[in-house]
Design a protein around this ligand. Structure first.
Ligand SMILES: Nc1ncnc2c1ncn2[C@@H]1O[C@H](COP(=O)(O)OP(=O)(O)OP(=O)(O)O)[C@@H](O)[C@H]1O
Ligand SMILES: [Mg+2]
Length: 243
């Protein structure tokens, strides 16, 4: 499988804390890869730097065979790279439907008038139906439960038809039924050819769904292998036990 995303030598420090330290890995096209590691090992920072929410101190990134010199969230979204956040980000005052529509960049005029183009509305309605949120379409997103907000965020990023989706802890704080729902949606998009990189602490979820598993420790990858191999890797156990 070829690499859809390649990062090399990424470094990012916050004051004296080196969140990413010469971090490099590849995300194979057509796979569901996991990015795991202990708390504070740099997973979210890796997502932030890759998607242009934070600038790296050094390092390089290529996506779909193109070098991305200055990652910018909107430009990357147009190129097919989407992400969700560790704390789901929705626009609480906008309707659930409007939130989904905004997953695809809209012209300013449409935004100011809060007019949703017909084709986008239909697409958003389909996604809400698929995600079991159709009954909430016209309600403010603030009224959704935490788990529903995670689903809403996922549905929103699908509006832009991404080739690669980075999910930051998609099951954190959601109930077991919602975990299954999330898994079903990931599998469905995977079957349609979407590539995933998933940060996740819930190991059973990772073991069922992801291959390969990339393990970060102190901002550096220490393993990249099939889930069972990673589970039995002494370096990984040491990292989690804090040795
Ligand atoms: N904006 C920031 N300012 C200062 N330090 C930060 C900032 N963001 C992250 N850090 C630090 O960088 C390190 C990596 O943090 P990061 O959030 O990337 O870890 P993580 O692997 O996502 O952890 P978790 O599993 O808890 O979400 C941590 O030591 C964290 O405290
Ligand atoms: Mg994190």
């Amino acid at each position: 499988m070829s690499a859809l995303l390649t990062v090399a030598g990424l470094t990012k420090s916050f004051g004296g804390v080196r969140a990413l330290d010469d971090c490099g890995f590849e995300v194979a096209e057509g796979a569901v890869s996991a990015l795991i590691g202990p708390n504070g090992s740099g997973k979210t920072t890796a997502f932030n730097v890759i998607t242009g929410y934070q600038a790296a101190d050094s390092g390089s990134l290529s996506f779909r065979g193109r070098v991305v010199r200055r990652p910018d969230p909107c430009r990357l979204q147009r190129l097919g790279l989407a992400r969700t956040f560790q704390q789901p980000r929705v626009f609480p005052g906008l309707s659930v439907l409007e939130n989904v529509v905004l997953g695809r960049p809209q012209p300013w005029r449409a935004l100011l008038r809060r007019r949703v183009p017909g084709a986008d509305r239909r697409r958003a309605e389909e996604l809400l139906e698929e995600f079991g949120l159709a009954a909430h379409a016209e309600r403010p997103a603030a009224r959704l439960s935490y788990g529903q907000r995670r689903l809403l965020e996922f549905a929103s990023v699908l509006m832009a038809d991404p080739a690669l989706i980075l999910l930051d802890e998609p099951t954190a704080g959601v109930n077991p039924v919602m975990v299954e729902t999330m898994e079903r949606h990931i599998r469905r998009r995977y079957d349609e050819g979407v590539t995933f990189l998933i940060v996740e602490h819930e190991m059973r979820f990772v073991m069922r769904l992801c291959d390969p598993v990339i393990v970060l420790d102190h901002g550096r990858p220490i393993a990249c292998a099939a889930p069972t191999a990673v589970q039995n890797d002494p370096r990984v156990l040491d990292a989690y036990l804090g040795e």
